[in-house]
Design a protein around this ligand. Structure first.
Ligand code: FES
Length: 81
């Protein structure tokens, strides 16, 4: 098993590598505050309203599968490839 001190994921076709980030940094805060992607809205911030919905893709047997997630309750470290 590979051990890394950073997480990696793709954001709009660009690789992102992050280290030393808070384990409870929400995807919503990361997108809005760090990447200035303010099209992702904040509503309830509790996972109930869906205002923050984004698509997250993952490889399943070589095929990219997308799922909608509430960015306010998804932590950035969970996006690691
Ligand atoms: S802000 Fe309401 S579900 Fe995320």
């Amino acid at each position: 098993m590979e051990v890394r001190n950073q997480i990696r994921f793709l954001l709009n076709d660009e690789e992102v590598r992050l280290k030393d980030l808070s384990p409870d940094l929400s995807l919503l805060d990361y997108l809005r505050l760090n990447k200035d992607l303010v099209g992702t809205k904040e509503g309830c911030n509790e996972g109930d309203c869906g205002a923050c919905t984004v698509l997250v893709g993952k490889l399943v047997f070589g095929e990219l599968i997308y799922e909608s997630v509430n960015a306010c309750i998804r932590f950035v470290p969970s996006l690691d490839l």
